[in-house]
Design a protein. Structure first.
Length: 93
C-alpha cells in the first residue's frame, strides 16, 4: 500500500483503510503493474500511468465500484461517505 502521509486528512486515512480492506488484495497502490488486476498508481492523475497506461475519471471509477466489471466484483454496499473517502485516497496515489 502507498504510505499515507501523517498529516493526511481523516477522509484520506479512512480511504486508505478501505483500500487496504477491499482493494489491496488485487491492486497495487504504489505502481501501475498488474498484481491480480491493474495497479492504481496515478489512476486519477491527469498524467499518471493508470491501468493500461491511461487515467480514468472519478465518475468512471465510481461506476466500476458500484457495478463491478469483468473479473472485479461490485462494491455497491459502500455508503456515500466511504466511497468519497476511497476517492480521496485514490487521488493521492
Amino acid at each position: 500500500m502507498s504510505p499515507v502521509p501523517v498529516d493526511a486528512s481523516p477522509a484520506v486515512k479512512d480511504g486508505a483503510r478501505i483500500f487496504q480492506a477491499l482493494c489491496a488484495g488485487c491492486h497495487f497502490a504504489d505502481r501501475a503493474e498488474t498484481k491480480v488486476a491493474p495497479g492504481l498508481a496515478g489512476i486519477l492523475r491527469p498524467n499518471g500511468p493508470g491501468p493500461s497506461r491511461r487515467t480514468l475519471q472519478e465518475v468512471e471509477i465510481r461506476l466500476i465500484l458500484r457495478r463491478g466489471t469483468q473479473g472485479m466484483p461490485a462494491f455497491s454496499y459502500l455508503n456515500p461517505r466511504e466511497l468519497d473517502n476511497l476517492m480521496a485516497y485514490l487521488k493521492t496515489l
